[in-house]
Design a protein around this ligand. Structure first.
Ligand SMILES: [Zn+2]
Ligand SMILES: [Zn+2]
Length: 151
């Protein structure tokens, strides 16, 4: 989504939740927009410090943005939460999750049209069999990153 369209759509979502576009919320959305991976609260704190967002309000801002359906909370492992922009606000992508160090990396479908096509085909036939109306999919790969495998 283009930056101006993103700002507008986030504005709508905040308004529906009865929230205003405050400077702190703008900064946090901008941080997520430029992130190449889902962010943990620790990642977010590091970036917020640089952006001069008061750390004291960070948890509140994140929970407000989750409530407004701007951010989604991802749980890859028990007790290990990360956040990213909801699918409609971000480009469709998948995750590479390292089970050793916990790093999470995004990868996109474009450039991998065969993958998205295969997932779509599988989704359609599974949906038909189960009479399930699919809206979207999530596909995450779990394993060890290059650093952890020493490759
Ligand atoms: Zn790793
Ligand atoms: Zn996909």
């Amino acid at each position: 989504m283009e930056q101006s369209a993103l700002v507008e759509e986030v504005g709508h979502r905040l308004a529906r939740a009865g929230l205003r576009w405050t400077a702190g919320r703008r900064e946090v959305v901008a941080i997520f927009e430029s992130a190449q991976a889902p962010l943990s609260m620790q990642d977010l704190q590091d970036r917020a410090r640089e952006a001069r967002v008061p750390l004291s309000s960070l948890y509140r801002i994140v929970s407000d943005l989750v409530a407004a359906n701007v951010l989604v909370r991802l749980e890859f492992e028990e007790g290990f939460a990360r956040f990213e922009l909801v699918e409609e606000l971000a480009k469709h992508h998948h995750h590479l999750v390292c089970v050793e160090c916990g790093t999470v990396e995004d990868f996109e479908g474009p450039g991998l049209p065969d993958l998205e096509q295969a997932v779509d085909d599988a989704m359609r036939s599974i949906a038909r069999r189960h009479r399930f109306a699919v809206r979207n999919h999530r596909l995450d790969f779990f394993g060890t990153c290059a650093t952890c495998t020493g490759a």
